[in-house]
Design a binder for this molecule. Structure first.
Ligand code: MF3
Ligand code: CO
Ligand code: CO
Length: 263
């Protein structure tokens, strides 16, 4: 007999849900703000600095990654074959690059966590398709979220879509519960079996953030202790939202202004 790991999943009160909405909105605002600056010639370090200053000085919030378990910067910048947790630095973005910017802010004690892909200049068809499949997969996963549904349905929807395109899902990193704590239970796997796993309840908040590789799923951690790359150096893409479980379904807390606008 194997005992299931005891998962303690926090249920956010209405007031806590409101605080999560505020934090989620701020994280999305940072990505909206930085979007016009994500162009060929800019360094990832410059993007980090602009985001840091905006979060601290304009939003009066805290960039959660800074000093988190020793992470040295305020956002993650993951270019081309970097899966996640890329450290901003001297690397200049070049036409043809694809880059994920991952922003997490803390406002009034609560976290909002979101990431998007940016395509620099004219990218290959393969790069654009990879980013678009990762985006669709995230949304297919999110659309499975509702009170009474199971977490395995989320992972299964993502995995099915990714594999149907001949791509692979990273298994070593997953989505996570989020609230006063950056990474809390549950673990949100981006693969799995339907009708298995945690039963969702209204008031849970977690991220959905599939990492999709063009090649094989295996990853390698670089010697800096943070940068995760594809083992076969294939391209990789990721999108992330923070989601609230509602009685009827879900509420995405990190929509950008374009997605919040009335149709
Ligand atoms: N934002 C990442 C996530 O989606 C975590 C970054 S942790 C850091 O969970 F330390 F690398 F910043
Ligand atoms: Co993130
Ligand atoms: Co996250």
């Amino acid at each position: 007999m194997l005992m299931a790991r005891q998962v303690q999943v926090s249920i956010k009160s209405p007031a806590e849900q409101q605080a999560m909405r505020v934090a989620g909105r701020l994280a999305a605002d940072v990505l909206d703000m930085i979007t016009p600056r994500v162009v060929a010639g800019v360094t990832t370090g410059e993007l980090d600095r602009i985001c840091h200053d905006y979060i601290v000085n304009e939003q009066r919030a805290i960039p959660a990654p800074l000093n988190y378990k020793g992470f040295p910067k305020s956002i993650c910048t993951s270019v081309n074959h970097v899966v996640c947790h890329g450290i901003p630095g001297e690397r200049k973005l070049r036409p043809g690059d694809i880059v994920n910017l991952d922003v997490t802010v803390i406002k009034d004690g609560f976290h909002g966590d979101t990431s998007r892909m940016f395509l620099i200049g004219n990218c290959s068809v393969q790069a654009r398709r990879l980013s678009s499949v990762a985006f669709d997969s995230m949304w297919l996963g999110i659309r499975q979220v509702a009170a009474g549904h199971k977490l395995g349905d989320v992972g299964n929807a993502i995995q099915q879509n990714v594999e149907s395109h001949g791509y692979s899902i990273v298994r070593e990193y997953c989505g996570h519960g989020i609230g006063r704590v950056f990474h809390e239970d549950p673990q949100v796997l981006h693969y799995g079996e339907k009708d298995t796993g945690l039963v969702l309840e209204a008031g849970m908040t977690f991220t959905v953030e599939p990492m999709v590789n063009a090649g094989r799923r295996h990853v390698k951690l670089l010697a800096d202790g943070w940068t995760v790359v594809t083992k076969d150096h294939s391209l990789t893409a990721q999108w992330e939202h923070t989601v609230l479980v509602t009685p009827e379904g879900f509420e995405v807390l990190t929509l950008g202004s374009a997605d919040r606008a009335a149709p």
